[in-house]
Design a protein around this ligand. Sequence first.
Ligand code: AHM
Ligand code: MG
Length: 341
Amino acid sequence: MSDEKVTTDIITLTRHVLDEQRKHKEASGELTLLLNAVQLGCKFVATNVRKARLLNLQVSFKIGLAGASNVQGEEQKKLDVISNEIFINALRSSGRVAVMVSEEDEQAIIVEEGLRGRYCVVFDPLDGSSNIDAGVNVGTIFGIYRIRPDSTGSIEDALRPGKEMVVAGYCMYGSSANMVLSLGNGVNGYTLDNAIGEFILTHPNIKIPSRGKIYSVNEGNSMYWDEVCTEYFNSMKFPPPGKSPYSARYIGSMVADVHRTLLYGGIFAYPADKKSKNGKLRLLYECFPMAYLVEQAGGKAVNGTGRILDIVPDNIHARAPIFLGSKDDVEDWEKINKKYS
Ligand code: AHM
Ligand code: MG
């Protein structure tokens, strides 16, 4: 035997969720089974993202191009299409899901009767996939509602404010796969240990700093901004004497930009502007889960008129402007917004 110490008592995501549920409420095990399906989906997508990246280094075609053929001359499916199929299959076969809403599908998916459970899952299977060829981190974003007591599963179960979600999370596929999850009592981060195929608790109780030093927005849109955004982001770049300006960081992949914001603080924004009247990001499976995580970590997430999580979506692919991150930074934006409204 070598002298290397082996940790024999690790906290896996499943163990942690069961422990937390026991502390806070009755654990029925239903949600744990559903989360196992989510974990399976994330592990499977992580493997495919890694494979596709490797393939991209080996051959000269772009992995993001549908219709390109691989070395065997077979048709390549786009990675976001594959990821969507992976999630739909994992969720459906768990027997715990009644309704699914995916960014990739125009219509909500109602699970057939024999397999139908009591949850509604909204997800973006592979967000940020447009810049995947550059090796940028991408991720899966998801939110889970319990279906309404009188429902057997319909689109109405998804058209509810984000504050009614019972779980929100994302998995970021980078040098490792990182799952960040909230069941409504704080936020925890888990890292996939490829050797044993389990997510291990590595970032317990994530708290977002109350003020950060970073702003994150697509400044290429600044010619379309209104006076609120112009004044706010100028105030970060040209602070009063004695204060340092903020740093700019914008990856263009929401999971990566929000992950950094959760860990380091600051503000991430995708505002409405003259070109995109409702912003770009989708409420159900982009804004809601991220707003939920940020609030659970002690931060704020607003859209311009109020809290993101209070919005009642009028369609499953509705968009909303979003400003999220450190409490003080978001409140500074709200102050300027109030001045102009
Ligand atoms: P997608 O769902 O088509 O991948 O688009 C969402 C992505 C987010 O990850 C990111 O925050 C945003 O689009 C970036 O948009 P832009 O390139 O306009 O700055
Ligand atoms: Mg997306």
